[in-house]
Design a binder for this molecule. Structure first.
Ligand SMILES: [Zn+2]
Length: 444
C-alpha cells in the first residue's frame, strides 16, 4: 500500500459533477486512487505541502504525434499550409527508426508532464525502418504517464494519387494485422488502466474507403476506440467533396466513424448539421487551437459544439505543427481563440480548463480520470500561484488568465512524476541531449 497526503491546498478545482472549488483542503491518495478530500486529514505515509498551490485534475491531451517533436521548426515547413507542410516533412520522417520513435516520445511526454498533463493519447501513423507502436509505449511506461497510443496508418501513396511518398505507406492487410497485434499485446480495458490502444487511419485522404470501414469493424470487434483527422481546413472539405461526393461528416457516418467510441481531431470546418450529428451520436472532438493557428486552418466552432452537447477535449497536436507541446498554454489558447471568433464572453478560463481536464477524459472514455473526486484515479496537478505570473491576481484559480505555464508537482496513478518542477522518473537532460543528437543527424 502506498499513501500520499497533499496538505492545505489554497484552492482545489475539482471538476467534479458539481464543479466544486474547495479552499484549504487535503487530498489523500492511496494505491493510485483518491480516497479522501477534506480538512485536517492525517497519514502514516508521505506528506506534501500544497500551500500556495492551486490543485487541478491532471490535464488530458487528446491528440498528438509525439514523433514530430524531432522535427520542430523545420525550415520550409514553417510557413506552409497543411498539404505543403506535409510534403516537406514526409521525406524527413521516412528516415525515422525505433530509436527516433522512442526518444521523441519521451521528449514530448516530458514536455506534456511539465505542463500538467497526466494522460495523453498519441497518433502514430507511419512506421519506417522497423518502427513500432511498442517504441512509444515503452517510452510512456518509463516516464510514467497514462497513455492511449493509437495505431495509425497510411495506405495511399503518391503513385495511387495520395499525398505521402510510397515509402511511408503500408499494405492494408498488414496494417490491420498489426492493429490486432498491438491491441492484443497492450490494450487494457480495466478501470485505472495505464495503457489503452486505439485504431487510427491517418485521415480520409491517406487511406482507402475500405480501410476506414474495416478499421471501424475491427475496433468494434476488439472494443477499442477509433481516431482520425477530420474537417481540418478548406482543402480538406474540398478534397472530400471532390473525391467522395460528400462532406467529411457524411463520409464518417457512412463508414461507421461516429459514436461514443470515436473521436476526431480538429473538426475546424464542421457545419451545423455535422455538429448535430456529433452531439447526437456522442462522437468526440480533439480541439487543437495552436496547430489550427499555426497552419492557418481556422477557428473550430467549439462554442457551438459545447452548446450542442458535443464532447470536446484538447490536443496539442504534433510538434511539427504547433510547435510547442505545452498543454496548459494550449488551454489558454483555446479560450483566447473562441473569444476572437465569438466575443469576450465566449469562453471562461474555468470552462477552458474543464475542456482540458474532464472534457478530454470524457472524449477518451475515461470517467475515472479528469476530475478530483473520491474513487477517481489520483492524476493530479499542483500549480504554484506564489510566483510572478500570479502576483497581483485577485483570482489565482483563474489559472489560464494569470498563472504558471509549468506545473510544480504532478501525480499519475498516485505516483509523483514531477517534483518541484523536475521530472523524477527519467534523466531529462540526457533525453534532451539524445533528442538533439538525433535531430542533427536527420538534418545532415
Ligand atoms: Zn494531427
Amino acid at each position: 500500500m502506498s499513501e500520499f497526503l497533499l496538505k492545505n491546498a489554497d484552492t482545489v478545482l475539482t471538476m467534479d459533477d458539481d464543479r466544486r472549488e474547495l479552499s484549504g483542503v487535503d487530498i489523500r491518495l492511496r494505491d493510485g486512487v483518491i480516497t479522501e478530500i477534506g480538512t485536517d486529514l492525517e497519514t502514516s505515509g508521505a506528506t506534501l505541502s500544497a500551500r500556495g498551490c492551486v490543485v487541478t485534475p491532471g490535464l488530458v491531451n487528446t491528440h498528438h504525434h509525439l514523433y514530430q517533436s524531432l522535427t520542430r521548426a523545420v525550415p520550409g515547413g514553417q510557413d506552409a499550409l497543411l498539404f505543403g507542410w506535409l510534403q516537406t516533412l514526409y521525406p524527413i520522417w521516412s528516415r525515422f527508426g525505433p530509436e527516433e520513435m522512442f526518444v521523441s516520445a519521451q521528449t514530448g511526454l516530458a514536455e506534456l508532464a511539465l505542463s500538467g498533463c497526466t494522460l495523453s493519447s498519441d497518433h502514430l501513423y507511419l512506421y519506417p525502418n522497423g518502427s513500432r507502436l511498442d517504441d512509444t509505449i515503452a517510452a510512456a511506461r518509463e516516464i510514467g504517464l497514462r497513455f492511449h497510443p493509437t495505431r495509425g496508418s497510411m495506405s495511399i501513396g503518391e503513385s495511387d494519387g495520395g499525398l505521402p511518398p510510397d515509402s511511408l505507406v503500408e499494405r492494408e492487410a498488414s496494417i490491420l494485422e498489426d492493429c490486432i497485434r498491438v491491441v492484443d499485446a497492450f490494450h487494457d480495458p480495466s478501470e485505472g488502466a495505464m495503457v489503452r490502444v486505439g485504431i487510427a487511419p491517418c485521415s480520409p485522404f491517406s487511406v482507402s474507403r475500405e480501410l476506414m470501414r474495416d478499421a471501424a469493424l475491427l475496433a468494434r470487434d476488439k472494443k477499442v476506440m477509433l481516431h482520425t483527422h477530420l474537417a481540418e481546413n478548406d482543402e480538406d472539405i474540398r478534397y472530400s467533396q471532390e473525391k467522395f461526393g460528400c462532406r467529411p461528416g457524411q463520409y464518417a457516418e457512412d463508414l461507421g466513424w461516429t459514436g461514443p467510441d470515436v473521436w476526431h481531431a480538429h473538426c475546424v470546418k464542421l457545419d451545423d448539421r455535422e455538429i448535430r450529428l456529433f452531439a447526437g451520436s456522442s462522437t468526440g472532438v480533439a480541439h487543437c487551437p495552436c496547430s489550427n493557428c499555426r497552419l492557418g486552418s481556422g477557428i473550430a466552432p467549439v462554442r457551438s459544439m459545447r452548446d450542442a452537447g458535443v464532447k470536446v477535449g484538447l490536443g496539442v497536436d504534433g510538434s511539427a505543427s504547433n510547435d510547442a507541446g505545452n498543454l496548459v498554454l494550449e488551454a489558454r489558447q483555446s479560450m483566447l481563440l473562441q473569444r476572437v471568433a465569438y466575443g469576450a464572453d465566449a469562453m471562461s478560463a474555468r470552462e477552458a480548463l474543464e475542456i482540458a481536464t474532464r472534457g478530454g477524459a470524457d472524449v477518451l472514455n475515461r470517467p475515472d480520470c479528469g476530475r478530483l473526486a473520491v474513487g477517481n484515479r489520483a492524476d493530479i496537478a499542483l500549480w504554484d500561484v506564489s510566483g510572478v505570473e500570479s502576483a497581483g491576481s485577485w483570482d489565482p484559480a483563474a489559472l489560464l488568465l494569470a498563472g504558471p505555464t509549468r506545473v510544480k508537482h504532478l501525480f499519475v496513478e498516485g505516483r509523483q512524476v514531477v517534483n518541484d518542477g523536475q521530472i523524477t522518473t527519467i534523466d531529462l537532460p540526457k533525453v534532451i541531449e539524445r533528442q538533439n543528437r538525433l535531430a542533427r543527424k536527420l538534418q545532415s
